[in-house]
Structures are given as structure tokens and as C-alpha cells.
Design a protein around this ligand. Structure first.
Ligand code: ZN
Length: 74
């Protein structure tokens, strides 16, 4: 038997809270409450199955207009 595995990495995000304050997007100029997300990079199997986390949890704010993500600095 021959097993073929495709190993890659993928950045997964989750969460849909709003930022308490309005932020300005540096890309499209929108001023709005951004979506707060947490994200983590995983080694994946077949592109979709996360197996091993290879980064810590990162806090991200996503622009509701263009979808650009900004990493939050604590
Ligand atoms: Zn934007």
C-alpha cells in the first residue's frame, strides 16, 4: 500500500466580534468597526485538516469593506 499525504500550512481564523472603537483602514480608507478575529497558523493535511499549530494565537482586525487584516499590537 502506498499512502500519499499532502502537507502544507494554512492560516485559520475564527471569531466575529466587533472592535470597540472605529478604525481606519490603511488600504481602502474605510472608517468603521472592524471585525476582531483570532488566527493561528497550522500545518495541514490535504490543505484543510489542521494537525499541528506552528504559531501562537494572533489577534487580527479585519476591514469590513476590503477584507484586509491588521495584526493587533497589544
Ligand atoms: Zn479596507
Amino acid at each position: 500500500m502506498f499512502f500519499f499525504f499532502i502537507i502544507g500550512t494554512h492560516f485559520f481564523t475564527w471569531g466575529s466580534e466587533q472592535t470597540p472603537r472605529e478604525m481606519r483602514c490603511g488600504k481602502c480608507g474605510t472608517v468603521a468597526h472592524f471585525t476582531l478575529k483570532k488566527g493561528m497558523r497550522f500545518i495541514t493535511l490535504f490543505f484543510i485538516i489542521p494537525i499541528i499549530p506552528i504559531s501562537g494565537v494572533k489577534e487580527l482586525a479585519q476591514c469590513p469593506t476590503c477584507g484586509t487584516r491588521y495584526q493587533m499590537t497589544a
